[in-house]
Design a protein around this ligand. Structure first.
Ligand code: PGA
Ligand code: ZN
Length: 396
């Protein structure tokens, strides 16, 4: 049984307060986890409350229902109680930040009681032995950096890597190479929220830089390293057209533009290429390029099985981004992954732009045999997950 649930404010990678939870059990199990936080959040995500408010509400409404009442190892019960305590559709009561921190801390306490690694507790004995390929953000802008690219993320995708460790180092090499290519062009720049380079260049130049860096690293490592995008198109859409530095694109032009990019750069992955309400546009693009690339819905699906069901019915996308804090609990994230896999949609487990040292998503990706994980290329809160994957691969 959960004997104690503690909540506190800690710092996230942007220096903002976030919720950390600690769960202790009767038999001495212990788990600690912290909530991440988005900047280019989808309109249909579960609600993140200010940390102080989320903690106060969870102390009042969730803690008494969990302490002495629920088994930490019984994840479905923990998460059901969190929903009951919240009593809204979208975690507006206790905050998805409190909910996800508690949900993940309980999972870790459950694993600790068993003396098992978290991925084993979550994935079970019949888990299989597949590991996710990490997608690493190497150039970016959008809501993650001022005066940089319109497209939010250019992602290294080492699809030919023989191991997670090789993939992780390849992504870091692309990140370093991008810096060198920018330097050769006389472009100095800092980094965005996820550690990607954030140069004041347009998207066309970013494609050139990325292509050059990726092909250099590909030659060095001797396996296929492609790249992909998170367009985060809802942030570019003004309700009428997509607004870029070099002008605007209508809905049809946007679909054609993305399809051309997939063709020209052999993109292996395109996330949120269209607005979060444009199921038709997603379906159209998936028709055109879905056989050769992953068309992934992040803001479109927000890890929500109802929105994913709509997408499945309409043929929108062939992949879903999975962010536990978008929906509030690990059980909900598992349900989204299960529904996706059942319908041939590739689940991509993901970090947020505001992160902590928490490594739960690395375990979630391994537990569910997700083909991809998106968790940056460099920076402590990103490498926390990447290094955990390297350790899991070695020990699994
Ligand atoms: P966010 O960005 O965490 O700021 O929402 C990540 C993403 O859009 O995938
Ligand atoms: Zn995204």
């Amino acid at each position: 049984l959960v004997t104690e649930l503690r909540l506190r404010r800690v710092l996230d990678s942007r220096g903002n307060p976030t919720v950390e939870a600690e769960v202790t059990t009767e038999s001495g199990g212990f788990g600690r986890a912290a909530a991440p936080s988005g900047a280019s959040t989808g309109e249909y995500e579960a609600i993140e409350l200010p940390a102080e408010e989320a903690i106060a509400a969870a102390r009042e409404r969730a803690v008494p229902r969990l302490e002495g009442q629920v088994y930490a190892g019984d994840q479905r019960s923990v998460d059901r109680v969190l929903r009951e305590a919240d009593d809204t559709e979208n975690f507006g009561g206790i905050g998805a930040n409190s909910a996800v921190a508690i949900s993940m801390a309980a999972a870790k306490a459950g694993a600790d009681m068993l003396g098992a690694p978290l991925y084993q507790h979550l994935g079970g004995a019949f888990r299989g032995d597949e590991f996710p390929t990490p997608l690493g953000n190497v150039i970016g802008g959008g809501e993650h950096a001022a005066d940089a690219t319109d497209i939010q993320e250019f992602l290294a995708a080492p699809v030919g890597a023989p191991s997670v460790a090789d993939a992780v180092f390849a992504n870091a090499a692309v990140h370093r190479e991008v810096h060198d290519v920018l330097a050769e062009r006389g472009i100095a720049c800092g980094k965005g929220d996820e550690g990607a380079w954030a140069p004041s260049i347009d998207d066309a130049e970013a494609f050139e830089v990325c292509e050059e860096a990726v092909s250099t690293v590909e030659d060095e490592v001797g396996f296929e390293v492609g790249f992909g995008l998170d367009v985060a198109a809802s942030e570019l859409y003004d309700g009428d057209a997509y607004q870029y530095q070099d002008g605007e694109r209508t809905l049809d032009e946007q679909v054609a533009y993305i399809a051309d990019l997939v063709e020209e750069y052999d993109l292996v992955y395109v996330e949120d290429p269209l607005d979060e309400d444009d199921y038709d546009g997603f379906a159209d693009l998936t028709d055109r390029v879905g056989d050769r690339t992953l068309v992934c819905g992040d803001d479109l699906f927000v890890t929500n099985t109802e929105r994913l069901s709509t997408g499945i019915e309409r043929g929108a996308a062939n992949s879903i981004l999975v962010k536990p804090n978008q929906i509030g609990t690990l059980s909900d994230a598992f349900d989204a992954i299960e529904l996706a896999v059942e319908h041939g949609y590739a689940p991509v487990v993901s970090h947020r732009s505001g992160e902590t040292e928490d490594t739960t998503i690395a375990h979630l990706a391994v537990a569910t045999a997700a083909p991809f994980i998106k968790t940056g290329a460099v920076g402590g809160e990103r490498t926390a997950k990447l290094n955990e994957l390297v350790r899991i691969e070695e020990n699994a």
